[in-house]
Design a protein around this ligand. Structure first.
Ligand SMILES: *Cc1c(COP(=O)(O)O)cnc(C)c1O
Length: 228
Protein backbone atom coordinates (compact mmCIF):
# COMPACT_ATOMS: atom_id res chain seq x y z
CA UNK A 1 0.00 0.00 0.00
CA UNK A 2 1.27 3.45 -0.85
CA UNK A 3 1.00 5.76 2.11
CA UNK A 4 0.36 9.30 0.98
CA UNK A 5 1.76 12.17 2.94
CA UNK A 6 -0.80 14.04 5.00
CA UNK A 7 0.09 17.32 3.21
CA UNK A 8 -0.71 15.70 -0.14
CA UNK A 9 -4.06 14.49 1.14
CA UNK A 10 -4.76 17.86 2.69
CA UNK A 11 -4.06 19.68 -0.58
CA UNK A 12 -6.63 17.53 -2.32
CA UNK A 13 -9.18 18.03 0.48
CA UNK A 14 -8.64 21.78 0.41
CA UNK A 15 -9.18 21.82 -3.32
CA UNK A 16 -12.43 19.85 -2.91
CA UNK A 17 -13.52 22.21 -0.14
CA UNK A 18 -12.88 25.09 -2.53
CA UNK A 19 -15.07 23.50 -5.19
CA UNK A 20 -17.89 22.76 -2.76
CA UNK A 21 -17.73 26.35 -1.50
CA UNK A 22 -17.82 27.73 -5.05
CA UNK A 23 -20.91 25.66 -5.80
CA UNK A 24 -22.72 26.85 -2.68
CA UNK A 25 -21.47 30.43 -2.50
CA UNK A 26 -19.58 29.91 0.69
CA UNK A 27 -16.15 30.91 1.93
CA UNK A 28 -13.63 28.16 2.80
CA UNK A 29 -12.70 30.13 5.91
CA UNK A 30 -16.09 29.09 7.35
CA UNK A 31 -15.01 25.44 7.37
CA UNK A 32 -12.98 23.81 10.15
CA UNK A 33 -11.28 20.52 9.32
CA UNK A 34 -11.11 18.12 12.24
CA UNK A 35 -8.44 15.52 11.60
CA UNK A 36 -9.71 12.22 12.99
CA UNK A 37 -6.65 10.33 14.22
CA UNK A 38 -8.36 7.26 15.70
CA UNK A 39 -6.87 4.95 13.06
CA UNK A 40 -3.28 6.11 13.20
CA UNK A 41 -0.07 6.34 15.20
CA UNK A 42 1.35 9.19 17.26
CA UNK A 43 3.91 9.84 14.48
CA UNK A 44 1.15 10.19 11.90
CA UNK A 45 -0.74 12.46 14.28
CA UNK A 46 2.34 14.67 14.57
CA UNK A 47 2.63 14.73 10.79
CA UNK A 48 -0.98 15.88 10.67
CA UNK A 49 -0.24 18.78 12.99
CA UNK A 50 2.85 19.68 10.97
CA UNK A 51 0.69 19.71 7.83
CA UNK A 52 -1.26 22.54 9.44
CA UNK A 53 -4.25 20.79 11.02
CA UNK A 54 -5.03 22.45 14.33
CA UNK A 55 -8.11 20.47 15.34
CA UNK A 56 -7.98 16.76 16.09
CA UNK A 57 -10.77 14.30 16.85
CA UNK A 58 -10.86 10.99 18.71
CA UNK A 59 -13.91 8.84 19.33
CA UNK A 60 -12.72 6.63 22.18
CA UNK A 61 -11.51 7.50 25.63
CA UNK A 62 -8.42 5.25 25.54
CA UNK A 63 -7.34 6.42 22.10
CA UNK A 64 -7.84 10.01 23.08
CA UNK A 65 -5.81 9.76 26.30
CA UNK A 66 -2.98 7.96 24.48
CA UNK A 67 -2.76 10.70 21.83
CA UNK A 68 -3.23 13.51 24.32
CA UNK A 69 -0.32 12.24 26.39
CA UNK A 70 2.04 13.08 23.52
CA UNK A 71 0.28 15.86 21.66
CA UNK A 72 -1.12 17.81 24.62
CA UNK A 73 -2.17 21.30 23.59
CA UNK A 74 -0.44 21.35 20.21
CA UNK A 75 -3.97 20.83 18.89
CA UNK A 76 -7.53 21.60 19.94
CA UNK A 77 -9.22 18.33 20.85
CA UNK A 78 -12.69 17.33 19.74
CA UNK A 79 -14.30 14.33 21.39
CA UNK A 80 -16.51 12.83 18.67
CA UNK A 81 -17.58 9.46 20.05
CA UNK A 82 -19.98 8.07 22.59
CA UNK A 83 -19.04 9.28 26.04
CA UNK A 84 -19.95 7.50 29.25
CA UNK A 85 -20.83 9.87 32.07
CA UNK A 86 -18.47 8.19 34.51
CA UNK A 87 -15.56 8.82 32.11
CA UNK A 88 -16.17 12.55 31.84
CA UNK A 89 -13.79 13.40 34.65
CA UNK A 90 -10.91 11.75 32.79
CA UNK A 91 -11.15 14.00 29.75
CA UNK A 92 -12.86 17.15 30.91
CA UNK A 93 -9.75 19.31 31.36
CA UNK A 94 -8.17 18.04 28.12
CA UNK A 95 -10.98 18.29 25.59
CA UNK A 96 -12.00 21.56 23.94
CA UNK A 97 -15.23 20.49 22.25
CA UNK A 98 -17.66 17.59 22.74
CA UNK A 99 -19.52 16.58 19.55
CA UNK A 100 -21.64 13.81 21.02
CA UNK A 101 -23.89 15.31 23.66
CA UNK A 102 -27.04 13.18 23.51
CA UNK A 103 -28.56 13.00 26.98
CA UNK A 104 -29.22 15.09 30.04
CA UNK A 105 -27.25 12.89 32.44
CA UNK A 106 -24.13 13.51 30.35
CA UNK A 107 -24.76 17.26 30.25
CA UNK A 108 -25.19 17.24 34.00
CA UNK A 109 -21.89 15.47 34.54
CA UNK A 110 -19.98 17.77 32.14
CA UNK A 111 -21.55 20.78 33.80
CA UNK A 112 -20.49 19.54 37.22
CA UNK A 113 -16.91 18.61 36.33
CA UNK A 114 -15.82 21.51 34.17
CA UNK A 115 -14.51 24.79 35.47
CA UNK A 116 -14.95 26.73 32.24
CA UNK A 117 -17.98 26.48 29.92
CA UNK A 118 -17.71 23.52 27.54
CA UNK A 119 -18.60 23.92 23.87
CA UNK A 120 -20.89 21.05 22.90
CA UNK A 121 -22.60 19.84 19.76
CA UNK A 122 -25.83 17.93 20.23
CA UNK A 123 -25.72 14.67 18.29
CA UNK A 124 -28.79 14.02 16.18
CA UNK A 125 -29.80 10.74 14.59
CA UNK A 126 -31.30 12.23 11.44
CA UNK A 127 -31.36 9.00 9.45
CA UNK A 128 -33.17 7.05 12.17
CA UNK A 129 -30.80 4.09 11.79
CA UNK A 130 -30.92 2.01 14.95
CA UNK A 131 -27.16 1.64 15.07
CA UNK A 132 -26.65 5.39 15.27
CA UNK A 133 -26.47 7.39 18.46
CA UNK A 134 -28.17 10.69 18.92
CA UNK A 135 -31.51 12.32 19.55
CA UNK A 136 -34.47 12.06 17.22
CA UNK A 137 -34.96 15.36 15.41
CA UNK A 138 -38.23 16.12 17.23
CA UNK A 139 -36.51 15.84 20.61
CA UNK A 140 -33.66 18.23 19.86
CA UNK A 141 -35.26 21.55 20.74
CA UNK A 142 -36.90 20.31 23.96
CA UNK A 143 -33.59 18.72 24.97
CA UNK A 144 -31.60 21.89 24.34
CA UNK A 145 -34.17 23.99 26.17
CA UNK A 146 -33.88 21.67 29.15
CA UNK A 147 -30.16 22.45 29.52
CA UNK A 148 -30.70 26.08 30.37
CA UNK A 149 -29.80 25.71 34.05
CA UNK A 150 -26.40 24.17 33.29
CA UNK A 151 -24.26 27.29 33.24
CA UNK A 152 -21.17 25.43 32.01
CA UNK A 153 -22.79 23.90 28.93
CA UNK A 154 -22.74 25.92 25.74
CA UNK A 155 -24.54 24.43 22.76
CA UNK A 156 -22.55 25.61 19.76
CA UNK A 157 -24.20 23.45 17.13
CA UNK A 158 -25.62 20.14 15.95
CA UNK A 159 -23.75 17.04 14.82
CA UNK A 160 -24.76 14.02 12.81
CA UNK A 161 -23.22 10.94 11.23
CA UNK A 162 -24.73 10.11 7.88
CA UNK A 163 -25.17 6.47 6.93
CA UNK A 164 -22.51 4.84 4.79
CA UNK A 165 -24.36 4.89 1.46
CA UNK A 166 -23.62 6.06 -2.06
CA UNK A 167 -26.98 7.72 -2.73
CA UNK A 168 -26.06 11.40 -2.96
CA UNK A 169 -29.60 12.74 -2.81
CA UNK A 170 -30.33 10.72 0.29
CA UNK A 171 -27.19 12.05 1.98
CA UNK A 172 -27.96 15.59 0.90
CA UNK A 173 -31.41 15.26 2.41
CA UNK A 174 -29.92 14.23 5.77
CA UNK A 175 -27.54 17.20 5.79
CA UNK A 176 -30.37 19.54 4.80
CA UNK A 177 -32.54 18.27 7.63
CA UNK A 178 -29.77 18.89 10.17
CA UNK A 179 -29.24 22.39 8.77
CA UNK A 180 -32.90 23.27 9.06
CA UNK A 181 -33.02 21.91 12.59
CA UNK A 182 -29.99 24.08 13.41
CA UNK A 183 -31.84 27.11 12.01
CA UNK A 184 -34.83 26.28 14.18
CA UNK A 185 -32.72 26.11 17.35
CA UNK A 186 -30.74 29.22 16.45
CA UNK A 187 -33.94 31.18 15.88
CA UNK A 188 -34.89 30.56 19.50
CA UNK A 189 -31.96 32.81 20.47
CA UNK A 190 -31.29 30.91 23.66
CA UNK A 191 -28.41 32.41 25.64
CA UNK A 192 -26.91 29.00 26.40
CA UNK A 193 -27.37 27.74 22.84
CA UNK A 194 -26.12 30.05 20.06
CA UNK A 195 -26.13 26.93 17.85
CA UNK A 196 -24.32 28.44 14.89
CA UNK A 197 -22.42 25.36 13.77
CA UNK A 198 -22.99 22.12 11.89
CA UNK A 199 -20.61 19.21 12.48
CA UNK A 200 -21.33 16.96 9.50
CA UNK A 201 -19.41 15.34 6.69
CA UNK A 202 -16.70 12.67 6.81
CA UNK A 203 -14.25 11.25 4.26
CA UNK A 204 -16.93 10.02 1.87
CA UNK A 205 -19.41 12.85 2.00
CA UNK A 206 -17.74 16.08 3.14
CA UNK A 207 -18.22 17.95 -0.16
CA UNK A 208 -21.98 17.36 -0.03
CA UNK A 209 -22.05 18.32 3.66
CA UNK A 210 -20.28 21.58 2.88
CA UNK A 211 -22.70 22.35 0.06
CA UNK A 212 -25.47 21.95 2.64
CA UNK A 213 -23.83 24.16 5.26
CA UNK A 214 -21.30 22.13 7.28
CA UNK A 215 -18.97 24.29 9.38
CA UNK A 216 -17.00 21.39 10.92
CA UNK A 217 -16.02 18.37 8.85
CA UNK A 218 -14.54 15.31 10.57
CA UNK A 219 -12.08 13.60 8.26
CA UNK A 220 -10.15 10.45 9.09
CA UNK A 221 -9.23 8.01 6.33
CA UNK A 222 -8.96 10.49 3.43
CA UNK A 223 -6.69 12.77 5.46
CA UNK A 224 -4.48 10.57 7.61
CA UNK A 225 -5.20 7.18 6.09
CA UNK A 226 -6.00 4.20 8.26
CA UNK A 227 -2.68 2.51 8.83
CA UNK A 228 -2.75 1.46 12.45
C1 LIG B 1 -14.24 7.77 12.51
C2 LIG B 1 -15.12 8.94 12.56
C3 LIG B 1 -15.04 9.96 11.59
C4 LIG B 1 -14.08 9.92 10.41
O1 LIG B 1 -14.36 8.87 9.54
P1 LIG B 1 -13.74 8.79 8.07
O2 LIG B 1 -14.82 8.19 7.26
O3 LIG B 1 -12.53 7.94 8.17
O4 LIG B 1 -13.42 10.16 7.61
C5 LIG B 1 -15.88 11.05 11.72
N1 LIG B 1 -16.77 11.16 12.75
C6 LIG B 1 -16.88 10.20 13.69
C7 LIG B 1 -17.88 10.38 14.78
C8 LIG B 1 -16.07 9.07 13.63
O5 LIG B 1 -16.20 8.12 14.58
Amino acid sequence: MVIMEVVTNLNEINSNIGQACDKSNRNPSEITIIGVTKYVTIERTEETINAGIKNLGENRLEGFLEKYHYIQDQASWHFIGTLQSRKVKEIIDKVDVVHSLDRKSLAKEINKRTTTPMDCFVQVNVSGEESKHGLSPENVLPFISSLKAFENIRIVGLMTMAPHVENQEYLRDIFRKLASLRDEVRNEQLVHAPCNFLSMGMSNDYQLAIEEGATHIRIGSKLVGSLK
